[in-house]
Write a protein that binds this ligand. Sequence first.
Ligand SMILES: NC(=O)c1ccc[n+]([C@@H]2O[C@H](COP(=O)([O-])OP(=O)(O)OC[C@H]3O[C@@H](n4cnc5c(N)ncnc54)[C@H](OP(=O)(O)O)[C@@H]3O)[C@@H](O)[C@H]2O)c1
Ligand SMILES: *[C@@H]1O[C@H](CO)[C@@H](O)[C@H](O)[C@H]1NC(C)=O
Length: 316
Amino acid sequence: GAPKREDYCLILSIVFIFVTGVKCKSDVSLNGRTVIVTGKAYFSSLSLSLCANTGIGKETALDMARRGARVVLACRSKDRAEAAVLDIRRKTSNNQVVFMHLDLASLKSVRAFAETFLKSEPQLHILINNAGVGLVGKTEDGFSMGVGVNHFGHFLLTNLLLERLKQCVPSRVVVLASETYRMVGLDFSKLSRTEPGHTNGFLDYAHSKLCNVLFARELSNRLEGTNVTCYSVHPGEHSITWLMLILVPVAALLFRDPEGGAQTSIHCAVQEGIERFSGRYFSDCRVREVVAHARDDAVARKLWEFSERMVGLSAD
Ligand SMILES: NC(=O)c1ccc[n+]([C@@H]2O[C@H](COP(=O)([O-])OP(=O)(O)OC[C@H]3O[C@@H](n4cnc5c(N)ncnc54)[C@H](OP(=O)(O)O)[C@@H]3O)[C@@H](O)[C@H]2O)c1
Ligand SMILES: *[C@@H]1O[C@H](CO)[C@@H](O)[C@H](O)[C@H]1NC(C)=O
């Protein structure tokens, strides 16, 4: 017969659970701590349907500000970022929220950001590599856009800030990855400066996210014993993709909750006791096993050395 009221209730409950998801439980204060969040500075009005979680960076920054941190929004768009700064200050009454210009599609800009930051900010406790794009096109340095912004830009940024992180232990690096990392294998020829017009936006994005997972792994290996730890994160819900495809468009209309998308980033930034999972991959605020090619230490090291050459941290 026709669906009953109970059926609607059941569907709504399921939708609610999947959309609201888990919440970071830690109530750690970040008074006196400095946090950098790259990327997202505003909520897109087009963040319905499959992008219900969009705006993770801003939501993360808001949470860090609520905990009393000094928060640096490292973004490319001054206008949007300054609007976000004002919004976060207003919502949290924390005036220690500032904008600093960073365009991850330019290694020169990354170097300029790091120089300005290191000169003006004595401390850094949490670096959140959040910005992410999946666009066709090239960066200023000739990398395909996804890999250039999501991996190489953040790779250089993290390296330039590493000494400061080591001086401020315990400190952390959180790397936004994505489940799409599973869809590709590592192909060094695709990571090089490629010929114009040969990039596929989606595969490039997936590739960059695999680099993010391997980067966090190798970074953690290199940081052993320093008390700087790092984590890669899938910000959305885990292993229910098919269900999300059906439910999210409905759910996004009913319960828009961009806060939910930021919970795993927040968890990895502040939760006590997860240090032993440094280098691992998290989703739904829990550590997850990654597929074999994303936990190969030899590949992770090779990617690191290759990236050092690509961004000019070591001789070509
Ligand atoms: N949303 C999801 O469901 C989902 C799922 C899996 C993984 N992720 C990952 O989570 C992270 C955040 O996702 P999101 O959905 O919040 O992303 P988003 O809404 O697409 O925002 C990404 C941000 O990156 C910034 N960005 C792009 N190019 C940049 C550049 N060259 N320099 C500096 N910043 C740049 C953008 O800045 P502008 O504000 O200037 O445009 C944008 O605000 C990304 O790394 C994404 O790959 C998200
Ligand atoms: C790391 O933290 C532990 C526990 O707090 C401490 O004993 C150790 O000295 C620290 N090591 C470094 C290199 O800071």
